[in-house]
Design a protein around this ligand. Structure first.
Ligand code: PLP
Length: 449
């Protein structure tokens, strides 16, 4: 596209003057003015285009301007643009049925929300009402959203300045074989010790006071931490033994990111509540929700559920969700993700790890991978410290800049780069993006001792 400097200046001026941005010191940011997008690519007003290796905020699973999703929203807008949640609506019911079907046996009902945080907020509320208990356990190294309970559940620095928003939350360590909190030397040991630690936490926090344990099935922003074999099954067993509700936060990894409808389906386990958002309709219209197991749903057959949202199950959002199901089924998206993950991404990242001394670990599944960067492979000292910002984060900023200079928009977080492109990315685009990351990592290699 041709540069349009006037439009760029206008967009930037309004943004800088009037838009208050998330998670930022307002005077220290310079948001990229974006002019448009198509598939896995978006472009600015200066004539640069970027391959989106971060799927925006890991939500753009079907890419920009997918014709089926756009058409579904347009048609729904022409038919009935909105309807309040206490009425029955065709697309809302259609989407709820499809979600319950792919969630599997024991799931029939869906409570729709506006996004992921309020999905977690309402899942916790259900668990508290059903168990009559208040406390919730969640992991360090997690993100669950930015409302009061969801941010308290979060186990990363975004929580620190927001406490105490919910007094009844305690954190525990999840498995992380590369940086084990349990001094494990194998996956089996990590599973066993992480479960012993969780059991101790339950006992010491008071099993009879704990309503729920919430876990990102594959930890997302905090590291693409894939649970080692047996871990989630062990969590399920502990929840059953102590009468605790198991909430799977599938906001980032649900709807195909790792090649399954829901990520828990890859780990032989069934939670009691599933929260979702992002990929359900690629964020074309805000939508999230809770998939509710029969046992919990039936609690509210005759008791009132004390919660609701004006836009719960918004028809425009649900129409895009129904179209998402149609595209996934017609185009074999889940199979595509598994194939590209095992045939293209994994071998390439493992091969890069052999050549780049800055790569300490690569891990992931489907189209969701982390490259963890270190200064020293022996000690595993991180390339930049935990929660690095400003000058401390410069080595990561250099890598990101090198990617952008070659037309790839990367996802970086602390000392990691994640690979999370739209699930519809063409194979040659995927290879091109990996080539760019490969070259950019030579700048990380310079920091290695
Ligand atoms: N849970 C997880 C695992 C997430 O990754 C996110 C968002 O990144 C959320 C919850 C919050 O979702 P939302 O930003 O839609 O409220």
């Amino acid at each position: 596209t041709l540069p349009d400097r006037d439009a760029e200046a206008r967009v930037r001026a309004d943004d800088r003057a009037h838009v208050f941005h998330s998670w930022s010191a307002q005077a220290l940011i310079d948001p990229l003015p974006v002019a448009g997008g198509d598939g896995a690519t978006f472009w600015d007003y200066a004539g640069n285009s970027y391959l989106d290796f971060s799927s925006q905020l890991v939500n753009l699973n079907l890419g920009h301007q997918h014709p089926d999703l756009v058409r579904a929203i347009q048609e729904q807008a022409g038919r009935l643009a909105t309807i309040q949640p206490s009425m029955a609506n065709d697309v809302r019911g259609d989407l709820a049925r499809r979600i319950a079907e792919v969630a599997g046996d024991g799931f029939e009902k869906v409570f729709f929300t506006n996004g992921g945080a309020d999905a977690n907020e309402n899942a916790v509320r259900m668990a508290r009402l059903v168990t009559g208990r208040r406390k919730v356990l969640s992991m360090y190294r997690s993100y669950h959203g930015n409302t009061s309970t969801a941010i308290t559940l979060t186990g990363d620095p975004r929580r620190w300045q927001n406490e105490p928003a919910d007094g009844s939350v305690a954190h525990f360590f999840g498995p992380y074989p590369y940086r084990s909190a349990f001094h494990s030397s194998s996956q089996e040991q990590e599973t066993q010790r992480a479960l012993e630690h969780l059991e101790q936490t339950i006992v010491l926090e008071g099993a009879s006071t704990i309503a729920a344990i919430i876990i990102e099935t594959v930890v997302g922003t905090n590291g693409v931490l894939v649970p080692p074999p047996g871990y989630l099954a062990g969590v399920r067993e502990l929840c059953d033994r102590f009468g605790i509700v198991y909430i799977a936060d599938e906001v980032m990894v649900g709807f195909g990111r790792i090649g399954e409808w829901f990520a828990f389906q890859a780990f032989d386990v069934t939670p009691d509540l599933i929260t979702f958002a992002k990929g359900v309709n690629s964020g074309y219209v805000p939508l999230g929700g809770v998939v509710i197991s029969e046992r919990i749903a039936s609690h509210f057959d005759t008791l009132t559920f004390p919660g609701g949202l004006t836009y719960s199950g918004h028809p425009l959002a649900c129409a895009a969700g129904v179209a998402t199901f149609e595209v996934f089924e017609r185009d074999g998206i889940l199979e595509r993700v598994r194939d590209l993950g095992t045939r293209v991404v994994e071998p390439r990242l493992r091969e890069m790890a052999e050549r780049h001394p800055s790569i300490g670990d690569v891990r992931g599944r489907g189209l969701f991978w982390a490259i963890e960067l270190v200064k020293d492979r022996g000690t595993r000292e991180q390339l930049v410290p935990f929660n690095a910002s400003g000058k401390d984060a410069a080595p990561m900023a250099e890598i990101a800049a090198a990617c952008k200079a070659e037309g790839v928009w990367p996802f970086t977080h602390f000392n990691r780069m994640h690979v999370a492109p739209p699930l519809v990315i063409a194979e040659d685009e995927l290879v091109r993006g990996l080539n760019v990351i490969d070259r950019a990592l030579t700048s990380a290699d310079r920091h290695v001792r």
